[in-house]
Write a protein that binds this ligand. Structure first.
Ligand code: NDP
Length: 458
């Protein structure tokens, strides 16, 4: 796959980038190690100052940064702007809280271990490789970089090959903000060059957000090298609606959650599991709203749904829907590739999916929703948990017992009750099962790439 910016709205290649040579990668690795030796000696206040400056730069440049993302991968412009602001917020969060999150923890009764004093301290691990996807070109990276840099690690970014402008921009912003040379570098390399970087002894850990195959490949390599890995992979989140739910809120949120980022988010609600008492009402209202979405130029503020990021992604989605149609699923709206330039797919709602349909188990990375009618909470839970994924989940019910029952039993890294799944700097984020392991964000996220050192002093 060439490293290039290809506008998904037009299909035109806007810019092609030359990949870094193996020698250039070696130089970057050497710089990353040097920078890390320096960064680990800096105070939290110094690191926080640079990160706050980076947040200011992002906010000052929100218009250009947002347009850059929209041209690179097609998300509606208002969502790009929101993403830039979220990055600034995330940076400030870690600038404000990293020191407390990584504070020493003393053992209250040191005499119990025969010590005069005993405590734990968090230390940076070293150079961390980040393999990142194109769907949130800035946020996916910032949610790794902000905590990693505050902890005193340095970062090497291998971004998706279709968002090189975003990758180069992030390195530039962090450099202009004051981070010393080598603290955060973009490697312009293809996925076939990742293994060699990961095998290098100067790289101590890896974080990957992306598909299950990419995760398995990188995790195996990291395992062979005994290197820490954090994986945030795909999801096919259930959105469970029970009879007591506020249906207006559930329907509105269902549409937003399914179509955010043109439907290309790991934590989009993808499977709508609806109790039979409210199924027909929910299906009619949800379908009407999906059908009314404005599909068009992502730079136009009136657009709800832009093109998918790549032609391959659009074709894969069309194949999944065709498989469902061929097996006899009901198409409530959409179901076709529109006749127009760009990699569009119509907002689509499918129901009555027969057993064996690929979409029952696989992730739909685009604006395609599947509906499931269930008779009671046990059946709702069974359907919700039936995929191999376990990223997040959403349950809609005003019954307090039911809320607790689902919360305890949904197989997922998160449960959002009467709300839409989102990531927040304040809350840990990650999955179980084939959605990966480890956590990003919050205190748990910053600690993933730290050595928890136990100190025993006589
Ligand atoms: P990929 O997993 O292929 O790409 C994500 C990142 O991993 C990119 O930087 C990619 O590089 C890199 N990569 C891919 N394969 C390997 C490998 N074997 N070793 C090392 N690095 C690798 O995602 P796609 O863009 O192909 O999307 C496919 C599917 O992945 C989507 O349909 C969706 O299901 C899932 N996905 C999930 C995301 C999430 O947020 N969890 C985000 C994006 C995709 P390069 O671009 O150079 O190939």
């Amino acid at each position: 796959m060439p490293i290039a910016t290809v506008n998904p709205f037009t299909g035109v290649t806007e810019e092609t980038f030359t990949a870094h040579t193996p020698e250039e990668v070696q130089e970057a690795l050497a710089r990353a190690v040097r920078a890390q030796r320096d960064l680990r000696e800096r105070t939290f206040a110094e690191r926080a100052g640079w990160l706050r400056r980076a947040a200011e730069l992002l906010e000052a440049e929100v218009d250009t940064a947002a347009a850059m993302m929209t041209v690179e991968m097609g998300k509606p412009i208002a969502q790009s702007e929101a993403e830039v602001r979220k990055c600034a917020k995330g940076m400030r969060f870690y600038a404000d809280h990293a020191e407390a999150m990584l504070a020493d923890t003393p053992l209250a009764d040191a005499s119990a271990v025969g010590a005069g004093a005993a405590w734990t301290r968090w230390e940076p691990l070293g150079v961390v490789l980040a393999v990142m996807p194109w769907n949130f070109p800035l946020w996916q990276v910032v949610r790794f970089a902000a905590p990693a840099l505050m902890a005193g690690n340095t970062g090497l970014l291998k971004h998706a090959s279709n968002v090189p402008r975003s990758a180069v921009y992030l390195e530039d912003v962090l450099s202009r903000a004051g981070f010393p040379e080598g603290c955060f570098q973009t490697l312009l390399i293809g996925s076939d060059a990742v293994a060699a970087v990961l095998d290098d002894e100067r790289v101590v850990a890896v974080t990957l957000t992306g598909s299950e195959p990419a995760g398995r490949s990188v995790a195996a390599r990291a395992g062979a090298g005994l290197k820490k890995a954090v994986l945030e992979l795909g999801g096919s989140d259930p959105f469970v609606v029970m009879p007591s739910a506020d249906l207006d809120a559930a329907v509105a949120t269902a549409v937003t959650s399914r179509t955010l980022n043109n439907g290309q988010s790991c934590v989009c609600a993808k499977r709508f599991v609806v109790h039979t008492d409210v199924y027909d009402d929910f299906a009619a209202r949800f379908t009407a709203r999906m059908a009314a979405l404005v599909v068009g130029d992502p730079l136009d503020p009136a657009t709800d749904i832009g093109p998918l990021a790549t032609r391959a992604g659009r074709d894969e989605l069309a194949e999944l829907v065709q498989d469902a149609v061929d097996r006899g699923a009901t198409v409530l709206t959409g179901g076709t590739v529109p006749e127009r330039d760009g990699w569009f797919y119509e907002p689509t709602v499918l129901a009555d999916l027969p057993e064996g349909t690929r979409l029952v188990m696989e992730e739909a990375f685009g604006p395609v929703a599947t509906l499931y009618r269930v008779g009671d909470r046990d059946e709702a839970l069974r359907v919700a948990n039936q995929t191999s994924f376990g990223l997040s989940s959403s349950v809609w019910t005003t019954d307090a017992d039911e809320q607790d029952w689902f919360t305890a039993r949904l197989e997922a890294g998160a449960v959002f009750v009467n709300g839409m799944t989102a990531s927040f700097p304040e809350l840990p984020f990650g999955g179980v099962k084939a959605s990966g392991y480890g956590r990003e964000l919050a205190a748990e996220g910053i600690r993933e790439f730290c050595n928890l050192k136990t100190v025993w002093r006589a």
